[in-house]
Design a protein around this ligand. Structure first.
Ligand code: ZN
Length: 360
């Protein structure tokens, strides 16, 4: 199911980093909350979408909305307030202040359970322990919610155990799974869930969140938004980890590489290859830089590093597309070495020597 989304103002709590992608998914969440109120919501939901698109936050918010004391919740223990009338989508949001909302926000609600991978897997023991908890009635919530984050990391044993719960769901309990793609899950699990696909978040929306909530300058915000591939959490991570400073430093090193000694270039390559995670990130920065140099002569408005246009204009003529493409191939070679645990240092040295040679 794909539901188109539009934006709307949210309550104060929703402006925190944890929830800042949800403004984009309001239509979807509104639909789900209304279905819950009409007692029409499936007992098993599956949220899919890119990493960082807001799947877990959406599940958490839905569990808040369906248990908030200040909303008209079936089985809720406090009366509806005067803010809750009408069809305005802002009215579907939980208050964020009542006892139930506060506990869920603090991850301390006994009936809102989060299961996530320990290490790289969700193991059978975690599912067994969940089944045990589900055999009891909810402690205090009108509606119990189980969030199984990264459900695609369940091993088949755990998946089959969960399947039994999905087949015979306990009373007043909704199970919500999140996964990047349906294809990573057991088909028998998928077929028992209502599927909610969260679309990638558009660049201009991400840029605005970075400017409004994370003090990004306009240039910085639009570059990071372009790099984030539809994921707000990726964009925010890049912002808080000073990704732009690192990129600027690396590109500066790259364009001055031609004037460096062989010794310097080898030392630079050695530094890069010391940490595979950092190297992976640097290779991606280089790959986009080369892509921009190639594309600038044909479509200058399509470059990713638009904030570096002056530098790109100075550099793009210094090598032909064929040379640049061969460098992109070399980057792929190093990336493969990283994945296969091969000799990264040697291939990084070759890459940097060729990068330095492109201008000679
Ligand atoms: Zn509330």
């Amino acid at each position: 199911m794909i539901i188109r989304t539009k934006e709307i103002d949210l309550p104060a709590f929703a402006l925190s980093s944890e929830f800042n992608s949800l403004k984009y998914h309001i239509k979807t969440l509104s639909y789900l909350t209304r279905a819950f109120e009409a007692r029409n919501l499936s007992h098993a939901l599956l949220f899919t979408g890119l990493q960082g698109v807001g799947k877990q936050a959406a599940a958490k918010l839905l569990s808040m909305a369906c248990n908030c004391f200040k909303r008209a919740v079936p089985g809720g223990s406090e009366p509806e307030t005067d803010e809750q009338s009408g069809d305005d989508e802002s009215n579907i949001w939980p208050c964020g202040r009542c006892r139930s909302c506060q506990k869920i926000l603090n991850n301390s609600h006994p009936d809102i359970l989060l299961i996530r991978p320990t290490g790289s897997l969700i193991k059978i023991d975690q599912v067994r322990s969940l089944i045990q908890k589900l055999s009891l009635k909810p402690y205090e919530a009108a509606n119990r919610f189980i969030i199984i984050s990264d459900a695609d990391s369940m091993n088949p044993e755990a998946g089959n155990a969960l399947l039994k719960v999905l087949e015979e769901p306990p009373d007043r309990t909704t199970i919500m799974l999140t996964a990047r793609q349906v294809s990573n899950l057991l088909p028998t699990i998928v077929s028992r869930c209502m599927h909610i696909r969260l679309n990638p978040i558009p660049e201009d929306f991400i840029a605005r969140v970075l400017k409004d909530n994370h003090e990004a300058a306009p240039d910085e915000a639009s570059t990071l938004a372009r790099m984030a591939s539809g994921s707000i959490s990726k964009a925010v991570f890049m912002k808080t980890n000073h990704w732009l400073d690192r990129r600027n430093h690396l590109i500066q090193e790259l364009v001055t590489l031609r004037s460096r000694s062989i010794g310097f270039i080898m030392a630079f390559a050695e530094r890069l290859s010391q940490d595979k995670e950092i190297l992976t990130e640097c290779l991606e920065i280089f790959r986009i830089w080369l892509r921009d140099l190639i594309i600038y002569r044909y479509a200058p408005d399509r470059i990713v590093y638009a904030d570096l246009e002056d530098t790109i204009r100075n550099e793009y003529r210094k090598s032909d597309s064929e040379t640049l493409l061969s460098l992109v191939d070399l980057i792929h070679t190093v990336q493969k070495k990283i994945e296969s645990n091969g000799n990264v240092r040697l291939s990084t040295e070759i890459l940097m020597m060729k990068m330095a040679g492109q201008y000679r």
